[in-house]
Design a protein around this ligand. Structure first.
Ligand code: CMC
Length: 427
């Protein structure tokens, strides 16, 4: 039975339809509100605004649930490969053996990047942040791979190119930043193994793949693969809504992800833990600073717009962090500080009252450090993981017959009409 919300304004009854999702989430469809009443809604940060209908990812922030296409992220982290997860997100179903083989062949065939791209990398200033470089380079891909004739072909090939090439480009940027020879992708290596090899293999010291590091990277990427309408995904959808090409849309997603309140938090957490270590391990100061409302500092890796309980991804990440460090026999003082900090914050009334729990970024940096990823590449690692989600969300928006250009309204609070004053009369 159809549900409606009704309210009365100036004696007129306004009736708005209620939209109910498959998990029982409810929304009021306000698409006729302005036409019928002259009102718009105001929701800074869009905390109460649904921007689309989506069948990709389900999150329950109160219960700590995350599912891709209905499958709990815990099961994917346990059993799936990253490639299967990417296929699932983009195509809606896990691939059959044949589909997976075809997908792997396409990824392999597209994994090289144009050699001229190397010169772009060489001309960025040495201190450039890898996220700025990656965002620019992904946008530049459009010039190297111009639009194809049919839309279908263009979409399929562009999605594959991005999944295959961004990984190569990320490793390439690391090698060039170190002044080392670029290592090319190898057809005999799987997705995660190939990336690690491109990052760490050198002509004088062949890289030995460690199954524990491969597993950690696989799980890291699966946990980051999608997170419904977050800041970077919304950026991808907004830019895509103007019918800008997919490279441009993904490039804007990378820029949004760079921010420390979003994907950049994984780097910020390590920097914060390092600061605490440099101050003799006094994590209590960081907690006091985070609670001080006159100080803009926040406890990085804590809090989330949707999760008001423990982030389910953080639970898996924390467990994996312990396992990885034990297997690799690494003792990282930052892990000890992180654990003490978490324990103290979770007992603190401020963090309890605000429902602030560790999010995925709190332990992910320690995992990446253990694999050997440099701190300034952490957010790039997040971006590679999020790529399938961005692509799936962009594709869903393109396939949606009701998708319009994103163009929010505002409530104007500036001057009312004033007359132009000639320059000689201005004070
Ligand atoms: N430390 C201290 N106080 C915090 C924190 C924190 N980490 N997070 C939120 N608060 C406080 C905030 O000061 C505010 O207090 P008040 O209402 O008194 O002004 C209140 O909690 C609500 O904060 P908000 O910024 O309105 O909440 P939000 O939903 O807009 O922000 C967030 C979510 C993730 C941006 C925020 O929790 C934060 O800045 N966390 C630290 C950065 C971080 O770890 N980001 C990674 C998020 S997970 C990865 C991803 O998906 O991007």
């Amino acid at each position: 039975m159809d549900e409606f919300v009704t309210f009365t304004y100036n004696g007129k009854e306004i009736k708005l339809p209620v939209i109910i999702g498959t998990e029982g989430e409810k929304a009021i469809d306000i698409s006729t509100l302005r036409r019928d009443t002259g009102f718009i809604t105001l929701d800074p940060g869009y905390a109460n605004t649904g921007s689309c209908l989506s069948a990709i990812t389900y999150m329950d922030g109160e219960k700590g649930i995350l599912r891709y296409r209905g499958i709990p992220v815990e099961q994917l982290a346990e059993h799936a490969t990253f490639k299967e997860t990417a296929y699932l997100l983009i195509n809606g179903k896990l691939p059959t053996r044949e589909q997976l083989t075809r997908f792997s062949v396409m990824l392999n065939d597209n994994s090289l990047v144009h050699e001229d791209l190397k010169t772009f990398y060489q001309n960025f200033p040495r201190a450039s942040h890898p996220m700025g470089i990656l965002s620019s380079m992904v946008n530049a891909l459009r010039s190297f791979y111009p639009e194809l004739d049919t839309f279908e072909e263009e979409i399929n090939l562009t999605m594959t190119r991005l999944l295959a090439k961004v990984r190569t480009m990320a490793a390439m940027s690391y090698k060039i930043s170190r002044g080392h020879t670029v290592v090319y992708p190898r057809p005999d290596l799987a997705y995660c193994e190939n990336f690690l090899n491109m990052m760490f293999d050198t002509p004088v010291k062949p890289y030995e793949l460690n199954p524990a590091a491969v597993k950690a990277l696989r799980v890291f990427w699966i946990l980051h693969a999608d997170h419904e309408q977050n800041c970077s995904t919304s950026a991808v959808r907004v830019v895509g809504s103007a019918r800008a090409n997919l490279y441009a849309a993904i490039s804007s997603g990378i820029s949004a992800l760079w921010g420390p309140l979003h994907g950049g938090a994984n780097q910020a957490v390590i920097e914060m833990l390092n600061d605490i270590k440099a101050n003799g391990g006094d994590y209590k100061k960081a907690i006091a600073k985070a609670k001080d409302k006159t100080d803009p500092f926040r406890l990085m890796g804590f809090g989330h717009r949707v999760y008001k309980t423990y982030d389910p991804r953080a639970k898996i990440m924390k467990k994996m962090c312990d396992e990885l460090l034990e297997t690799l026999q690494i003792s990282d003082p930052l892990l000890d500080i992180a654990k003490e900090l978490e324990e103290a914050a979770r007992k603190d009334q401020y963090f309890i009252d605000y429902n602030l729990y560790p999010n995925i970024d709190f332990y992910s940096g320690i995992v990446l450090r253990a694999i050997g990823i440099p701190t300034n590449m952490f957010t790039v690692m997040f971006a590679i993981g999020r790529l399938p989600g961005w692509i799936a969300q962009w594709k869903e928006s393109m396939d949606d017959p009701n998708w319009k250009i994103c163009r929010p309204r505002q409530i104007y609070t500036g001057h009312t009409q004033e007359d132009f004053i000639p320059i000689q009369a201005r004070t």
